[in-house]
Design a protein around this ligand. Structure first.
Ligand SMILES: [Zn+2]
Length: 137
């Protein structure tokens, strides 16, 4: 009996602000969008069978957007969140120098307004960023 994929992750719901423009009234507002962050555990569940270990090895931490639509704050029309990705792998953001940059990058991809300074110079990877990816790529 194979383990559920969720056994490999620690789940954490979170809310992110997204800025969207209503297609009807053209007003732009900030909306609170629900996401689920699934962070890969440090090791496979104890007692995992071989096939589960393989699955674990392939698993990647990710953010999944739970909301597909928002309700316009100005006119009340429901509209789809335009085109931003609804699933983002956390290792897409590897290489960013610190948590602040990581958060900013995720925010940009999840639809938040960019708080400037997007082209900050890249610095070498700190060990804590490279550590997790070894062994399962
Ligand atoms: Zn509207």
């Amino acid at each position: 009996m194979a383990l559920d994929e969720r056994a490999f992750f620690n789940e954490r719901p979170e809310t992110r602000q997204g800025q969207y423009t209503c297609p009807r009234c053209r007003r732009t507002n900030d909306y609170a969008i629900r996401w689920m962050r699934r962070m890969k555990k440090d090791r496979p569940p104890s007692g995992a069978a071989e096939e589960d270990r393989v699955k674990y090895a392939k698993a990647r931490s990710y953010l999944l957007r739970l909301d597909d639509e928002v309700t316009c704050k100005a006119c009340g029309k429901r509209f789809e969140i335009p085109s931003q990705q609804s699933l983002m792998f956390v290792d897409q953001f590897e290489g960013l120098p610190n948590d602040e940059d990581l958060e900013r990058e995720i925010a940009a991809m999840s639809g938040e307004p960019k708080p400037g300074a997007a082209d900050a110079p890249k610095t070498p990877l700190p060990a804590r960023f490279t550590r997790k990816s070894t062994g399962w790529k």
